[in-house]
Design a protein around this ligand. Structure first.
Ligand SMILES: Nc1ncnc2c1ncn2[C@@H]1O[C@H](COP(=O)(O)OP(=O)(O)OP(=O)(O)O)[C@@H](O)[C@H]1O
Length: 268
């Protein structure tokens, strides 16, 4: 079987003694675009933090690129854009500087930028459509544009595996479309993408597979789910767990189409 960029088996996380994730199995294949969905507090961000090694597992086994987390050091292969918390605001850096900082994982300490670094930074800015804003201060940009800067920073490291936590939250449609374009470019380059989203909007077309979290467990793992499909439907071919627990709330989703997923996995 080809190497899976992400393979979590029976993962559990407890925070302050309270179980937040339980019995989570998630295998993401190379080149897949997975949408991680679910209501507020269902555990999406905690799962992503666990997958990038920022939140320790209380039990279970996590492998990245076939290497157990404790022995995994190839972090340059992994990009992570955390949930936006206004981190960019008030930072007196220029757009170019922020994006260049994302190149650090690829450079040896204190070595000057070489042409390849500069090309990667320029490329990342172009992919997110901000090449013309390189010299501007980050704080001069709108929230959605700042989000794109953070994505460009991760892109500059040329990650093979990319985690984005709610990049579309509170972002206007034009910025969502720019983001969809950036991720389409990344996907066409063969990257594996795990994206947390309440609503997919323009990103929906990119999604190969949806995983829905509920109360710290995987409630659904299968064919892509749309934002606005009618309730009560679930694809026949998806790997469905605890379907009867899927309550439809504002953030929950149902699929527009039914269809088996297995053929998709075999393509990889
Ligand atoms: N640092 C923390 N300290 C205490 N509890 C936490 C912490 N981080 C997460 N939790 C709890 O873990 C549960 C899952 O939170 P998490 O942020 O992973 O959910 P989420 O699905 O990403 O939600 P949201 O969509 O609101 O970001 C919640 O009950 C949350 O209160």
């Amino acid at each position: 079987m080809p190497v899976a960029p992400v393979h979590l088996e029976d993962g559990a996380v407890a925070i302050g003694g309270r179980p937040v994730l339980r019995h989570v199995d998630l295998r993401v294949e190379a080149g897949e675009f997975v949408a991680l969905m679910g209501a507020n507090g269902s555990g999406k961000s905690t799962l992503v933090r666990a997958l990038v090694g920022l939140r320790p597992l209380t039990s279970g086994r996590l492998r990245l690129f076939d290497t157990d987390l404790e022995r995994f050091h190839a972090w340059a292969r992994v990009g992570y854009v955390p949930q936006r918390g206004g981190a960019a605001s008030g930072v007196p850096a220029s757009v170019w500087e922020v994006v260049a900082s994302g190149r650090l994982t690829r450079r040896r300490l204190l070595r000057p930028l070489v042409a390849a670094d500069r090309a990667a930074i320029r490329d990342a800015l172009e992919v997110v459509g901000l090449a013309d804003r390189a010299g501007d201060g980050v704080s001069q940009l709108s929230g959605g544009q700042q989000q794109r800067v953070l994505i460009a920073r991760a892109l500059a490291g040329e990650p093979e595996l990319f985690f984005l936590d709610e990049p579309t939250a509170g972002v206007d449609l034009a910025n969502q479309e720019a983001l969809a374009h950036a991720l389409a470019v990344l996907k066409s380059r063969g990257a594996t993408i795990v994206l947390v989203a309440h609503e997919l909007g323009p990103l929906a077309d990119l999604v190969d597979r949806s995983v829905v979290m509920r109360h710290g467990r995987v409630a659904y793992d299968g064919a892509p789910l749309g934002d606005h499909a009618s309730p009560g439907l679930l694809p026949d071919g998806g790997h469905v767990h605890h379907v009867d627990h899927l309550h439809r709330t504002r953030h929950d989703v149902v699929p527009p189409v039914a269809g088996p997923l297995d053929h998709r996995h075999q393509e990889h």
